[in-house]
Design a protein around this ligand. Structure first.
Ligand code: HEC
Length: 189
């Protein structure tokens, strides 16, 4: 009950998806380091997630690959605690994470923890011309991304995440040094 109310509230928060326009599919502009990583998660990881989260993952694979590949969200630095949309609860969860996982707050190119950071980005994507994501789909994808960000990037998995993400940054810097510096200067690496 509580969860469905949260979803309903989020659906409102996400707002209207912009009407589909002539924007060509697959045109996501300039590259990001995350694009160089895998476009799917390992089966073992997916299977370890609750069913509802797995459904959100499947939605992400189809809905978030319209303009760039699913690699972009799956290898992103963003971390948002999966505690619902309440700002105070999110702040408390992040404060707790700072105590248990201080390294997660040490390098924003590897981890960027933020209150509603995924919600903000999903909303931003849904406002782009050509976006074809229903409100309820956006909400389910948000549930997946928050759950996955904490499970796969922090705690026991923090080191593996750090190594994988650093590899993408190094590879990106070697392939595209100009864009690397641009993103770095914009704190958007
Ligand atoms: C309508 C096209 C479109 C769709 C659909 C789309 N994106 Fe994007 N995405 C973009 C563009 C264009 C950018 C380049 C940066 C920007 O404009 O925000 C981007 C950038 C990103 C970034 C990198 C942001 C950064 O600054 O590091 C992430 C993460 C992302 N998208 C996630 C998603 C997720 C999650 C979904 C599905 C809910 C999605 N995108 C669906 C067009 C799209």
């Amino acid at each position: 009950m509580k969860r469905s109310m949260t979803l309903a509230a989020l659906t409102v928060a996400l707002g209207l998806c912009a009407a589909p326009s002539a924007l060509a599919k697959g045109s996501a502009g300039d590259p990001y380091p995350a694009d160089l990583g895998p476009a799917t998660l390992p089966d073992s990881v997916v299977k370890s997630y609750p069913e509802k989260i797995q459904a959100g993952y499947k939605l992400l694979l189809s809905r978030c690959s319209q303009c760039h590949t699913a690699s972009r969200p799956l290898n992103s630095r963003f971390v948002e605690p999966p505690v619902g949309a309440d700002e105070a609860k999110q702040k408390a969860a992040l404060a707790e994470l700072k105590k248990t996982d201080p390294e997660v707050f040490s390098n924003p190119a590897i981890w960027e923890p933020g209150v509603k950071i995924w919600m903000r980005y999903i909303k931003r994507m849904m406002n782009k011309p050509g976006c074809d994501i229903a409100h309820s789909e956006g909400a389910h994808i948000w549930e997946f991304l928050t759950y996955d960000s904490v499970h796969r990037k922090t705690g026991a998995n923090a080191k593996a995440w750090q190594d994988a993400r650093q590899k993408l940054l190094d590879q990106f810097k070697a392939q595209n040094p100009k864009r690397y510096e641009t993103l770095k200067a914009a704190a958007d690496l």
